[in-house]
Design a protein around this ligand. Structure first.
Ligand SMILES: CCCCC/C=C\C/C=C\C/C=C\C/C=C\CCCC(=O)SCCNC(=O)CCNC(=O)[C@H](O)C(C)(C)COP(=O)(O)OP(=O)(O)OC[C@H]1O[C@@H](n2cnc3c(N)ncnc32)[C@H](O)[C@@H]1OP(=O)(O)O
Length: 237
């Protein structure tokens, strides 16, 4: 993998050999699945206080092996492949993310189409998703649509219309497509529906994305994109 980690526990010996990227991805996904089950069951839990305290102690114990080798803010995860679109910890799609539903996205007839089910951990109004979570999902699928259309950029504007509440624990469908390109500015639209009623739009959004100039890309991401460049800031988190 050729990437060094900032080790916060210098007493622990390094592993005998680097496991393969595929094996680390599988392990990250396994941990992500366990974490998602934990946070969902915690959000839905009606267990008595002593059970919750026992769980808190177990979780603190589980944090020890996970924390042994940590990357800094300026280091891209070694299991990721940015150009290949692998982002293991993406908070919407990442298999390793405790907070990702995760959203599964594919391209269907030029549109980005996503599916997910939101658990009680995303609750805003009782029984329904928090509005910020809907915006998060929409921003992600809009970004995906602009990327697959060959116009990746950063969101500079996200207009969201909430027409009906998004039900939790109900299979959802998201769809997004690019509707306009004007130089570096790309406009895309997206919707959230349930899978069972794909014509009844619950939330819709229009996103404006701006493709970065190379100087902007360097300024914002240079530290992460050139890990070998001398950068004293990278030594600190
Ligand atoms: C994008 C990738 C870069 C490379 C990174 C490397 C790897 C990444 C790999 C994969 C990514 C994979 C997945 C990502 C998936 C989902 C992510 C979801 C998207 C996000 O979560 S992303 C985070 C939130 N996002 C921000 O954190 C942006 C904050 N922002 C800025 O950092 C600056 O805004 C910047 C640098 C973007 C632009 O720089 P700037 O603002 O100086 O604008 P600039 O001069 O370049 O403008 C050009 C034209 O856009 C117009 N324009 C600008 N802003 C406007 C606005 N708000 N409304 C209307 N028009 C606007 C101007 O008016 C001008 O228009 P005109 O040409 O007509 O004059």
């Amino acid at each position: 993998m050729g990437r060094s980690y900032h080790t916060i526990d210098s007493t622990s010996p390094p592993p005998p050999e680097s496991p393969s990227v595929e094996d680390r991805r599988a392990a990250i996904a396994e941990l992500g699945e366990a974490l998602r089950t934990l946070v969902e069951q915690a959000a839905a839990s009606e267990s008595p206080a002593d059970e919750l305290r026992r769980a808190a102690a177990l979780v603190r114990e589980a944090t020890i092996p996970v924390g042994k080798q940590q990357r800094t803010r300026g280091q891209i995860p070694s299991a990721d492949d940015l150009l290949g679109g692998v982002r293991m910890h993406n908070p919407v799609c990442g298999d390793g993310s405790a907070i990702a539903p995760p959203l599964r996205v594919e391209v269907v007839e030029g549109k980005a189409v996503g599916t997910c089910t939101l658990g009680l951990v995303y609750e805003g109004p009782p029984m329904y998703a928090h509005g910020g979570i809907s915006a998060l999902l929409l921003d992600q699928i809009l970004g995906y649509a602009t990327s697959v259309a060959g116009h990746p950029g950063m969101t500079v504007r996200l207009d969201t219309q909430y027409r009906a509440p998004v039900p939790l624990r109900t299979p959802l469908r998201l769809a997004a497509e690019v509707v306009g390109v004007d130089g570096r500015k790309v406009t895309a639209r997206a919707t959230i529906t349930t899978e069972s009623e794909p014509d009844a739009v619950l939330v819709e959004a229009t996103g404006l994305f701006v493709a970065l100039r190379s100087d902007q890309s360097e300024r914002l991401f240079g530290e992460a994109l050139h890990p070998d460049a001398s950068n004293p800031a990278a030594a600190h988190d």
